[in-house]
Design a protein around this ligand. Structure first.
Ligand code: 5GP
Length: 198
């Protein structure tokens, strides 16, 4: 998605530890016009699929998921991060290892909001090592809902998550795949850069 890649090139900041900072337009301050374009693009890419629910994870997935959900005209559920032990039986829960914080936390979704009959599209801002997405996939599987696929705004293609999840047969549509980035120069190379793509 050219508009997104141009924006990342203009406003993204490459930080130490393979972190791309996009907090001026994606996950702190949020550019809603860009989000709307992202929503339309996901709708176009998943036009063949029947989606009746969007699932994301707090916190930074929620804003994007809400705008994307308008394109699909479906509700959004977000998995909550929790430290609560011994959660009672009314939630689906699994563990996720955080890329940005290096911690392990539990995520939960109420059984009221995910289950058989749901056709779920996962949405998240980043795909790095894939742990967040794997956790969401697990919740969908546990609930008996159908997983349609995942829409990712920025995939870091040099990290293992995308390949690992695609290898499992999960359909992943990433709007910008970063193949490499350089903290010193700030250079960001996207997959498909050499093609004259839209
Ligand atoms: P994963 O579980 O795929 O390793 O990491 C996904 C989560 O980590 C995303 O939901 C996102 O919040 C965060 N994340 C991973 N890499 C980056 C990055 O380069 N920049 C930012 N801002 N967040 C990231």
């Amino acid at each position: 998605m050219k508009e997104l890649k141009d924006r990342i090139r203009r406003d993204g900041i490459v930080k130490a530890g393979n972190v791309l900072k996009v907090d001026s337009f994606l996950n702190h301050q949020m550019d809603i016009k860009l989000f709307e374009a992202i929503g339309r693009e996901f709708k176009r890419r998943f036009a063949d699929a029947e989606v009746n629910k969007i699932l994301t994870i707090e916190a930074s997935g929620i804003g994007i998921a809400c705008v994307v959900a308008q394109s699909f005209d479906v509700p959004v559920v977000f998995a909550k991060k929790t430290q609560t032990k011994n959660i009672a039986g009314e939630v689906y829960t699994t563990k996720v290892e955080s890329f940005t914080h290096g911690r392990i936390y539990d995520i939960i979704v109420s059984k009221k909001f995910l289950g058989k009959g749901d056709k779920v599209l996962l949405i998240d801002d980043f795909l790095a090592n894939g742990k967040a997405l794997e956790g969401l996939v697990q919740l969908v599987e546990d609930s008996g809902a159908e997983l349609v696929g995942a829409g990712i705004v920025i995939e870091k293609g040099f990290q293992v998550g995308g390949d690992a999840l695609r290898f499992k047969g999960i359909r992943i549509e990433s709007l910008a795949i970063v193949d490499s980035m350089d903290e010193e120069t700030g250079t960001i190379v996207f997959r498909g850069d050499e093609q004259d793509e839209q």
